[in-house]
Design a binder for this molecule. Structure first.
Ligand SMILES: NC(=O)c1ccc[n+]([C@@H]2O[C@H](COP(=O)([O-])OP(=O)(O)OC[C@H]3O[C@@H](n4cnc5c(N)ncnc54)[C@H](O)[C@@H]3O)[C@@H](O)[C@H]2O)c1
Length: 371
């Protein structure tokens, strides 16, 4: 792993100044170990407005932030179709890259990003970083402590009517690289892979309730657009280490529901929504009639803690947790689920997943650790 070359806070630039950039800019501005130096977008006016709103000194086109010598990490917040292109450009400019999910549209593109990084001695990180938040870290500690015994299975459900009601440009969320499997799936699947390790094989079915949807908010409200991907997916997963899981990803339900439960030989743990950083976390042992609430400790600083963990690892030479290798396994998993549904076959995975170490107790984003 590359690291230990510089000193002090790590310079960061954002590429993509859309909806999610607010959360990153807010969180990263509060971390003394990183310094946000630039915001870029195809729409330079949008980049300028976001930079101004968050006190970032530079804004402009992508090439202009890649040319800033103090920028060490490019945070890629573009739409999925642009993830590989922007990541590759950043790596070729000598920058580490941390991107929003999914890593790329297809595993072959993810593999190219990882190979490019390796060639240049640079790092790749990827969202989601919710598994580093207080809720899922507390869950991982509970499982590691043996609270539910030996993990045996998991059940995950994420369903609702879909994001076109609130996202002002939701078309990309219904195109290749998104849909409920690739857009929301990464939160659930990364949480499960972080707990259980890699998936060995999958089988799946998929459906699409409607071929067209209508934008519900913003300047394009009322505009119809085409749905290009399945919007209801059921998957069965066999983990290499033994446990199995069932997972449902849907934008086709009028009933919002998000749940993820892990069952072991001694009881069941109810995890928080893995698209959040908080609790609640509950356990119910065999023979108990009620759930028992568990304490949740750790950071709730939000999207960007994976960038901070990577920044600190760059200085310290350690492994970062929200890694490109983990995201590549999750990408291969989602892609294999989609293939399994298309082909009506049980399919095996090829990639491994790195073991994800817990964050140390007391890991604090607001603390300056890099001098
Ligand atoms: N919106 C959310 O709630 C949310 C939550 C978590 C993760 N994400 C992820 O964040 C990413 C961005 O989502 P969003 O909702 O902010 O999208 P968005 O459409 O609001 O913003 C994307 C921005 O990227 C810019 N862009 C596209 N291609 C580019 C390129 N080649 N170079 C430079 N800029 C480019 C667009 O001009 C746009 O401003 C996606 O991967 C999405 O899955 C979004």
């Amino acid at each position: 792993m590359s690291g230990g070359t510089g000193a002090g806070p790590v310079g960061v630039a954002l590429v993509g100044a859309g909806v999610i950039s607010n959360q990153y800019l807010t969180a990263l501005s509060g971390f003394p170990d990183v310094r946000v130096l630039g915001v870029a977008d195809l729409d330079e006016e949008r980049a300028r407005a976001q930079a101004q709103a968050h006190g970032v000194p530079h804004s402009g086109g992508v090439a202009s932030v890649l040319a800033l010598p103090e920028v060490e990490i490019v945070v890629n917040l573009t739409v999925p179709a642009a993830h590989a292109e922007v990541a590759t450009a950043a790596l070729r400019a000598g920058k580490h890259v941390y991107g929003e999910k999914p890593l790329a549209l297809a595993p072959v593109d993810g593999a190219k990003i990882l190979a490019e990084a390796q060639e240049h001695g640079l790092r790749v990180g990827s969202a989601p970083d919710t598994f580093l938040g207080a809720g899922l870290q507390s869950a991982a500690r509970a499982v590691a402590s043996g609270l539910i015994g030996e993990p045996v299975s998991a059940t995950a459900v994420t369903q609702g009517p879909g994001p076109e009601s609130w996202h002002p440009s939701p078309e990309f969320l219904f195109q290749h690289g998104a849909g409920p499997l690739f857009d929301i799936g990464p939160y659930y699947l990364t949480a499960l892979v972080a707990l259980f390790g890699p998936v060995a094989r999958v089988s799946a079915t998929a459906r699409q309730a409607r071929a067209r949807r209508v934008i519900g908010s913003g300047p394009k409200a009322g505009t119809e657009f085409a749905v290009e991907v399945p919007t209801h997916v059921h998957a069965l997963l066999d983990f290499t280490g033994g446990p199995s899981a069932s997972a449902t990803f849907s934008f086709d339900s009028s009933v919002p529901r998000r749940m993820i439960e892990v069952t072991g030989t001694e009881g069941t743990l109810s995890l928080p929504d893995p698209n959040t950083f908080e609790g609640p976390l509950r356990v119910r042992a065999f023979g108990q009639e009620e759930w028992r609430e568990l304490p949740v400790t750790g950071t709730t600083a939000g999207r960007g803690i994976g960038v901070l963990d990577m920044a600190r690892a760059i200085r310290g030479g350690d492994e970062h947790r929200a890694s490109g290798d983990l995201a590549q396994h999750v990408l291969e998993l989602m892609s294999t689920v989609a293939d399994s549904a298309r082909r009506h076959e049980v399919l095996a995975l090829e990639s491994a997943a790195p073991r994800v170490e817990l964050l140390p107790e007391g890991w604090e984003p607001a603390e300056a650790t890099l001098g």
